[in-house]
Design a protein around this ligand. Sequence first.
Ligand SMILES: Cc1ncc(COP(=O)(O)O)c(C=O)c1O
Length: 388
Amino acid sequence: MKREISGIVEKMKPSGIRAFFDLVLGMKDVISLGVGEPDFVTPWQIREAGITSLEQGFTSYTSNKGLYKLRLSIAQYMKNRYGLVYSPDDEILITVGVSEAKDLAMRTILNPGDKVLVCSPSYVSYGPLVELAGGKPVYIDTRSSGFKLSPKALGKAIDKKTKALILNYPSNPTGVSYIRKELSEINRVLLKRNILCVSDEIYGDLSYDFEHTPFPVLSGAKENCIYLNGFSKSYAMTGWRVGYACGPKDIIAGMTKIHQYTIMCVPITSQMAAAEAIHTGRKSVEEMKREYKRRREFMCDGLTKLRLDYVMPQGAFYFFVSVKNTGMSSLKFAERLLKEEKVALVPGTAFGESFDDYVRISYASSYENLKESLIRIGSFLNRRKGRG
Ligand SMILES: Cc1ncc(COP(=O)(O)O)c(C=O)c1O
């Protein structure tokens, strides 16, 4: 029976990452450089806080907004680290990862037909979430500006229906980030044209070449910005599902309304663990960051030796690598590499249709895996040259 479902959902494509990784499932001895997930286990004292909270019988709902002590800790952290003042009462919301926060943000700010600017290539969920909220994603191709949004391209893309820009830095899938001056220029355009900034800074702690600048610290930006962050990447807590949004009261109130009807609250065990993370986890964050940086250097060297082109990533844990010279499409490259050498990467088209000449490599994998995968990619490329 053909059942009619929502037109928006019917048109929505499944995530390109998932589609490709269905192929990987069931294959043996594959080195996966595909998923964007830390290979570290959550630091012990954070796990222990979760366990202890269960032992002590903390099994109830929390406030819809999230545990007060966690919101307070986030407020203190934002103040101490960045000088940003957010009230734990009504300017911070605890969400199920940044994933839920993005969805809430879109549903709160958009009216049907409103446009949202998205830098392309982009993280897979931005476009679909804008559409689900009744909006229209407008993609700005950043290929010609080193995968960075230029103020000029931003200005050109804005029209009367534009409501917001989703910015993500350090970026998934390219790893590029912005220095303060570049962000200030973007901010100036947004303020002048009255466009909101939804800033996904989930990789903010993994910035290797310069200090990360949160968007709301820029002049006049705080009241115009929904700042999103979470525990998944920097604290290796993907499975705990904790994120947060900081923003203007009216927007956080709107997001909280949707959250209270759909989610109610983030599981209390996860919130307890997150509170521990923010208090005692910074040393582990710095240690993991050092290791990612070491791997970045190693991959940088290896990919250069293989004569593969990329823009140097400044943060996160990805390389967006051009496979143009191989003459293969991104999907062909990824499929053949998987079949012949058992290395899994993500085809560039997962991050934007026009990126068929790129693949994304995640270096959130052990040093040994990275070493072995470079050898395998080398054999794969050499065989093709041999046939050349
Ligand atoms: C840019 C970006 N934002 C958000 C997320 C989702 O994070 P969370 O686990 O907090 O939902 C990811 C996960 O890969 C990501 O890369």
